[in-house]
Design a protein around this ligand. Structure first.
Ligand SMILES: Nc1ncnc2c1ncn2[C@@H]1O[C@H](COP(=O)(O)OP(=O)(O)OP(=O)(O)O)[C@@H](O)[C@H]1O
Ligand SMILES: [Mg+2]
Length: 367
């Protein structure tokens, strides 16, 4: 029963006797068949490249050449449509090796011609499935790139917002609190009343707490220390984590300063901050090591702990965004993030090739 579709084929043959037979074989599977016959290799190649045909068919035996020559002259890129070679007479071993090696999609012998329609139908199904996959892959790459750009913009916005809020706390709240502190000290100096002095002392202590809190909030919003470079900023981060955890936190970097762009510094800082937060939240570790190096033009930032390790599927949780966000950010600066857990502990490694270094593609996640 022919399928409800039209088949447009290009047929290279010096012999007109076969055209009808081939059309008949194809009509067994397709309800409409348009077969264009050409006799010369040049005509075949020129027509084939127009892209108007669903299938290309060539006789093996041609004048001064073979069907394999026709195959070899075509561009078999992603859109290359199915190509068949027909053997209209017995061929020798050398010829069949020639065909096998060429990579043509299919070859069919004269006695099998009745099956030609079926063979073409199957080839087309495979070809269409391949095209669908190619399109899906391309769409995936587009949406992946959009996601990367979105992540970049999102983080740029977050950084801007953080900086703005931090500045407002500094200028407005910090300024007002400092003015109140000044006024309190003025009142204290002017008043001889011990009750007032006592009250002012209490108020000053409370005010100091508010000043300290606003300082802390400013630092967590945007550590100004990052302006001094990644190494001092990470040292500061490690020290402040040390105060929040029982675990020993060690910072290793063989240089006092690294020459890195602001975006890379910001990503590296975020990686360490998130990895350390994860250690506090999930690891129950007794030791954490933060290791930074820029050997051979590659920045490597590693945070490893000796805690409980990753639970199965820990990184596939739909409610967890920490590691996911870091992966996106790493990619946005041309780097990648590895999260691994072999036995005890977890190791999070950010790798960023610095200028001019070409490294292998993004490493797959290992768990
Ligand atoms: N150092 C670690 N030790 C043990 N498990 C960890 C460690 N770091 C991450 N995990 C596991 O990996 C999961 C994913 O981490 P991720 O940072 O992506 O999300 P989260 O910390 O759960 O949430 P958030 O979105 O707030 O970061 C965690 O829920 C935890 O189970
Ligand atoms: Mg997290």
């Amino acid at each position: 029963m022919p399928v409800n579709r039209t088949l447009r084929g290009l047929y290279l043959s010096v012999d007109t006797a076969w055209l009808e037979l081939i059309e008949g074989a194809l009509r067994r599977e397709f309800d409409e068949v348009h077969l264009t016959q050409v006799a010369s290799l040049e005509g075949f190649v020129a027509n084939a490249q127009d892209g108007e045909f669903d299938v290309l068919i060539a006789d093996y035996a041609l004048n001064g050449g073979t069907g394999v020559d026709a195959w070899n002259q075509l561009d078999h890129g992603d859109n290359g449509v199915p190509f068949l070679i027909l053997f209209t007479s017995d061929i020798g071993e050398a010829e069949s090796i020639d065909v096998m090696r060429s990579g043509v999609n299919e070859c069919i012998y004269a006695e099998d011609f009745p099956r030609l329609g079926y063979v073409v139908l199957k080839l087309l199904e495979v070809w269409e499935a391949r095209q669908a996959k190619i399109q899906a892959d391309a769409a995936l790459i587009v949406s992946r790139n959009q996601l990367l750009r979105l992540t970049q913009q999102l983080h740029a916005r977050i950084e801007e917002e953080r900086t703005a809020v931090s500045r407002e706390i500094h200028d407005d709240i910090g300024g007002a609190l400092a003015a109140v502190k000044f006024d309190l000290s003025w009142i204290s100096r002017r008043s001889a009343d011990p009750t007032v002095k006592e009250r002012v002392l209490q108020a000053t202590a409370t005010l100091q707490q508010a000043l300290d809190a606003s300082q802390r909030i400013m630092l967590s919003l945007r550590p100004a220390i990052l302006d001094e470079g990644l190494v001092p900023a990470l040292q500061w981060l490690v020290n402040s984590f040390q105060k929040r955890t029982e675990a020993e936190v060690v910072f290793r970097c063989d240089k006092d300063a690294l020459s890195l762009g602001p975006e890379i510094q910001s990503v590296a800082f975020s990686v360490v901050r998130e990895a350390l937060t994860n250690v506090v939240k999930h690891a129950q570790a007794s030791k954490v090591v933060v290791d930074v190096s820029d050997q051979e033009g590659v920045l490597t930032v590693e945070v490893s702990d000796d805690g409980v390790g990753l639970a199965p599927k820990a990184l596939a949780k739909t409610t967890s965004f920490g590691i996911l966000g870091l992966r996106e950010r790493a990619q946005s600066i041309g780097g990648w993030l590895d999260v691994s857990s072999s036995g005890r502990g977890v190791s999070v490694i950010l790798t960023v090739p610095l200028d001019g270094v070409v490294l292998p593609d993004v490493t797959e996640l290992s768990e």
